[in-house]
Design a protein around this ligand. Structure first.
Ligand code: FE
Ligand code: ZN
Ligand code: FE
Ligand code: FE
Length: 168
């Protein structure tokens, strides 16, 4: 395999997102605890369960392609996760903290959306259609998680609206 082949790039991007996902699995329980709004708490809890499945999905891909688990940490995710941890440290439990948590969590989702979009394209390019489907499933979940956070921030059916309350 040529070092500069798309397959090599695909594998290295898969290893990067694997590291990112495992960091998210570690970070989300603190975000569940930190959220004041029950709706936000539930959204984080649900996405934690989804994220664990996403890691399993990646495990499947790694097995199918005989890829080694990453030795290197995704530094981008390390930074994004630490911004979330800062919010928890710096703010009291409040609607303002919820708004800040959503802001940090959406950065994480956007990072993931870009990576999975790229990975899906690479998989299709390489003719790995079953793997492309697995990546697409995760991409859909990341998109839905991001939309849910927007919906919570802009005020769901049962809430007064986090951004609204943060003004008081
Ligand atoms: Fe994820
Ligand atoms: Zn990364
Ligand atoms: Fe950036
Ligand atoms: Fe996610």
């Amino acid at each position: 395999m040529k070092k500069d082949s798309i397959k090599t790039l695909f594998i290295s991007e898969l290893q990067d997102i694997y590291s990112a996902e495992t960091q998210i699995v570690e970070a989300l329980p603190d975000m569940v605890k930190a959220a004041e709004s029950p709706e936000l708490k539930d959204a984080f809890k649900k996405h934690l369960e989804e994220t664990k499945e996403q890691v399993k999905r990646l495990d499947k891909i790694f097995k199918a392609l005989e890829i080694k688990h990453p030795k290197e940490k995704c530094e981008a995710m390390e930074g994004l996760v630490s911004e979330g941890a800062e919010v928890i440290k710096e703010y009291e439990k409040s609607a303002v903290r919820d708004a800040a948590l959503i802001s940090k969590a959406q950065r994480i989702e956007h990072y993931e959306i870009s990576v999975y979009g790229t990975l899906r394209t690479f998989a299709r390019e390489l003719g790995l259609n079953d793997i492309a489907k697995l990546l697409d499933t995760t991409l859909e979940e990341e998109g839905a998680a991001d939309k849910k956070l927007t919906q919570i921030a802009e005020g769901g059916l049962l809430t007064a609206g986090i951004n609204q309350r943060a003004h008081n």
